[in-house]
Structures are given as structure tokens and as C-alpha cells.
Design a binder for this molecule. Structure first.
Ligand code: MN3
Length: 247
């Protein structure tokens, strides 16, 4: 992707792993069609609170109803995600810790549990919401080709994501990442860890993370995590996923 396209896509609605905190703020607060000038501001200290707010969803709670019911979406966003934001803020304060961006924070050798869990939860969900769109959005021709080269086909990638998500024991996430060499691969993390964290088994740039905590699907799917994963494949915005590619 050309640099200007990269900036353009980041400035609209996606959340890229390599983003600066100003990009994060933009991704969290701007409307899907907004974001003009979002890349201009410098990293903002945590005291402004701008990194510590719940991002709006880019769609209504009932917009994904065919796959995820409105009650689940509302509780997940307004209770769970808000809870991570609140706890993250409290944990930073109690640890006397400031940060300028998540990438640097998660690159630290270790983090206090409160910051690790709540900061991870805030980041992961902020990445998750814009990855979904009613009806889904197909990948561009170029991205589809790249996926085929890496995984055989789009369907094989989806199957691998489903199986990866099913393989997580307990709560966690399945991820499509770009490793240090730019190669796309799949990985999983427990709890609210993510592939930016220095202790992750596979470190990389998160392109797509799918929440497999029971709170993400239990009301509609009960114990059928596989059905949730199969259905969520139909509402992925592969344009947003592509926008997070670095090189
Ligand atoms: Mn969740």
C-alpha cells in the first residue's frame, strides 16, 4: 500500500497496530466518514483522557443482528469495553504510569496485571468493533490475492480462523497478524493479551482479532463457539483489515 493510502485509510475508521496514539484517538472517536486531519496531532499524554475513552461503535447495536444480537452488542460495548476503559484508567493511576501509545506499552518486558488485562481489553475491543460491518465487506482483489498466496484461499483463511478460535482454551482471541517479516499468519492469545505484547507466543502487527470470550456470543450461541465463529466470518470488513497492513 502506498503511504498516502495508508494514512488515508487510518484516518477514516480503522485501527492500525502501528498507529501512534493520535491515530488511535482518531480511530476511536471519529465517525466512519470523518477523521480529517487526524494524523496531525502529536502523541497526547494520558492526563488528557483522550486515550481513555470508550470509542463509539461505527454502527448501531442491532446492526449485526443476523450474527450478533443487539443485547450482546450493547452489553459487550457499554459494559465490558467500558469496564476495561475504567479499569485501565484506574490501574494507570494506581501504578503512577503514563504512556503515549499502546505499541510502546505492550512492548515493555512485563506489565502489572491490571494494566495488562484492562489495557489489553481496551485495545483489543477498539480493534475489534471496526473490523465488523453489516453484511461484511469483501477484500480488494490485491488483498485477496495476497491472502491466497499466504493461506491457499480466502475460504482456507476463514476455516483456519474458525479452527484457531475454537482451539482457544477458555477466554481469549484468535488473530490474523503480520510478523516481523511482513508475513501474514494466525495466532491466538489468552484472556486480553494480544500479539503486540512482548511475551506473546507470536509477536506481530494485529490485522484482525476475533473475540472468543463467552460474553461475545453466549446469549445467542450458548456453548456453540464454532457457530459464532462461522457466522462472524460473514460480517468481517476485509477493507479495514487490509488497511492495517504495513508494507
Ligand atoms: Mn469481549
Amino acid at each position: 500500500m502506498k503511504k498516502r493510502d495508508f494514512i488515508k485509510t487510518l484516518a477514516t475508521s480503522s485501527l492500525g497496530a502501528g498507529m501512534t496514539s493520535s491515530m488511535f484517538i482518531s480511530a476511536c472517536t471519529s465517525k466512519p466518514t470523518g477523521g480529517e486531519g487526524a494524523e496531525k496531532s502529536e502523541a497526547v499524554p494520558v492526563s488528557t483522557g483522550q486515550l481513555l475513552t470508550l470509542p463509539d461503535l461505527p454502527y448501531g447495536y442491532n446492526a449485526l443482528e443476523a450474527v450478533i444480537d443487539a443485547t450482546t452488542m450493547e452489553i459487550h460495548h457499554s459494559k465490558h469495553h467500558q469496564g476495561y476503559v475504567n479499569k485501565f484508567k484506574a490501574a494507570l493511576e494506581s501504578e503512577g504510569k503514563t504512556f503515549t501509545d499502546f505499541e510502546s506499552l505492550f512492548a515493555e518486558a512485563s506489565l502489572p496485571d491490571g494494566i495488562r488485562n484492562s489495557g489489553g481489553g481496551h485495545f483489543n475491543h477498539s480493534l475489534f468493533w471496526p473490523s465488523l460491518v453489516p453484511g461484511g465487506k469483501a477484500p480488494s482483489t490485491g488483498f485477496a490475492e495476497r491472502i491466497s498466496q499466504a493461506f491457499g484461499s480466502m475460504d482456507e483463511l476463514k476455516t483456519a480462523l474458525i479452527n484457531g478460535g475454537k482451539s482457544v482454551f477458555g477466554s481469549g482471541w484468535v488473530w490474523l497478524i503480520q510478523d516481523g517479516e511482513g508475513t501474514m499468519k494466525l495466532t491466538t492469545t489468552p484472556n486480553q493479551d494480544n500479539p503486540l505484547m512482548s511475551w506473546a507466543k507470536d509477536i506481530g502487527n494485529p490485522l484482525l482479532g476475533i473475540d472468543v470470550w463467552e460474553h461475545a456470543y453466549y446469549l445467542k450461541y450458548q456453548n456453540q463457539r464454532g457457530s459464532y465463529l462461522e457466522n462472524i466470518m460473514s460480517i468481517i470488513d476485509w477493507g479495514v483489515v487490509e488497511s492495517r497492513l504495513k508494507g
